[in-house]
Design a protein around this ligand. Sequence first.
Ligand code: DX5
Ligand code: ZN
Length: 232
Amino acid sequence: MSESITRRAVKLAPSMIASDWARPLDTVRELTEAGVEWLHWDAMDGHFVPNLTLGPMFLAALRPHTELHFDAHLMLAKPGDYLDEFIEAGANSISVHVEAGAHLHRLIGRIKEGGAMAGAVLNPATPVAALDVILPTLDYVLVMSVNPGFSGQKFLPLAVDKIAELNRHRQEKGLKFLIQVDGGVSPATAPLVVRAGADVLVCGSNIFNSGTPQENVRALREAIDKAFWEAV
Ligand code: DX5
Ligand code: ZN
């Protein structure tokens, strides 16, 4: 088995924007029972992306009801204006887009000072090289496998090469950051990203659009296990 496909723990992070917003507390309970590790919260401001979703108050409202790791993905034109609110709301990790501003280094520092894990996000058109300088300070890198803004889009295969490139950097430089992938993740695409080196899989429509979260989480886990077995 090669280094990059060594059996390792892969976390699932259901994307709450794809869930039924009439019953978020039930959803959190179902996902906890299904055994997911992270909950992914997509904050969109109608400027950085053409959609409006949730703010820190949603995390704050659900925070007392679950121990699950809260992962905030900020698709905001001015992420710096809201970092403190997301930290206070109980986010355990916060990611900001490389494309959202000139001060990524400062934003990453502020997230870490606030006690959360800090991630940087790459849009599909942004190369891995944009992170060269800052990579050693990151807790995770989020590789977008769709253009951000909406759940339910088709997986972009270009993400697989970017994950593999990040995985190579991680090994060559002895770094520990996690690689997260977001967009179009399903039992069909999960093996591709896991074999390339992804550690945290965000999944929206494939967990919530049909069947039950429990069944869909199980199908994803089986696909991930199979990816490792077939790579042996
Ligand atoms: C897209 C969001 C994703 C999205 C994933 O901008 O960042 O988290 O909800 O949904 P699916 O898995 O349906 O692509
Ligand atoms: Zn997301």
